[in-house]
Design a protein around this ligand. Structure first.
Ligand SMILES: C[S@@+](CC[C@H](N)C(=O)[O-])C[C@H]1O[C@@H](n2cnc3c(N)ncnc32)[C@H](O)[C@@H]1O
Length: 223
């Protein structure tokens, strides 16, 4: 395309109501220090045996970021991701409403995507180590993902976090690290993740470690 035509197209895009889709926009659910921390965990666990898992991956923004980090640092291990690819499930929302004083309109996000879109986004980014699974965490045995060296657990609500935590911890390799998003007791929407995390740590006699405002950390002792 010649430069003049490219400039005309760019100018049309910039002046259109769809501008935000054509020009840079921060695409992550984590701020830069939080993303840096996730990368540091992958680095720290690079020699720990097992795969990396992201449970709750949505459209893959963080998946792409972390895989590009792995590429840049020469870290080669399978990356497993799990999501409904259709947002929150009805029983998880019902639990928040019936038991945690929430209103269901808080939980309408993350719908309307497809697993095939996520897989294509990986291909478009030249990423081949990611295998995705479409599943409801409540019905899927997360232990089948193991062994795991690093886990990002990010499904937001109390019920699936509570169910998934012991399963993921069981298959976390010694020396492995698990990070749970949304461990923020002040969040009206996502404080269920914080509750599930704190209950788990108390039950296991582990020390609560929340960094960068909302990342709950679980470190499995090495051998
Ligand atoms: C905050 S988003 C994940 C964001 C992603 N980690 C990122 O950084 O781009 C939460 C995801 O959890 C998924 N999710 C919620 N409940 C789930 C469940 N019961 N089973 C599987 N996935 C679930 C939603 O579909 C949504 O995509």
């Amino acid at each position: 395309m010649d430069a003049r035509l490219a400039n005309i197209i760019r100018s049309i895009q910039f002046n259109s109501p769809l501008r935000r889709y054509f020009f840079p926009k921060y695409a992550y659910y984590f701020n830069p220090p939080q993303l840096g921390f996730l990368c540091a965990c992958i680095e720290e666990t690079r020699n720990v045996p097992g795969s990396i898992a992201e449970v709750g991956c949505f459209m893959g923004a963080t998946t792409v970021y972390l895989n590009k980090y792995m590429d840049a640092r020469g870290i080669e291990k399978p990356y497993r991701s799990v999501d409904t690819f259709n947002g929150f499930v009805a029983d998880d929302i019902k639990y928040e409403v019936d038991n945690r004083g929430k209103t269901k309109d808080l939980f309408t996000g993350f719908r309307g995507i497809k697993k095939s879109w996520y897989d294509t986004i990986m291909q478009d980014n030249g990423i081949t180590r990611v295998t995705s699974t479409q599943a409801d965490v409540n019905k899927f045995d997360l232990r089948t993902l193991g062994p795991l060296s690093f886990v990002l657990f990010d499904v937001d609500l109390y019920r699936p976090m509570k169910k998934g935590l012991p399963e993921l911890y069981e298959v976390l390799s010694p020396g492995g690290i698990m990070v749970l998003d949304d461990c923020d007791a002040t969040s009206i929407q996502w404080d269920g993740a914080d509750q599930a995390y704190k209950e788990f740590m108390q039950e296991r006699g582990l020390e609560v470690e929340i960094v960068h405002g909302k990342l709950g950390v679980i470190r499995k002792k090495g051998l």
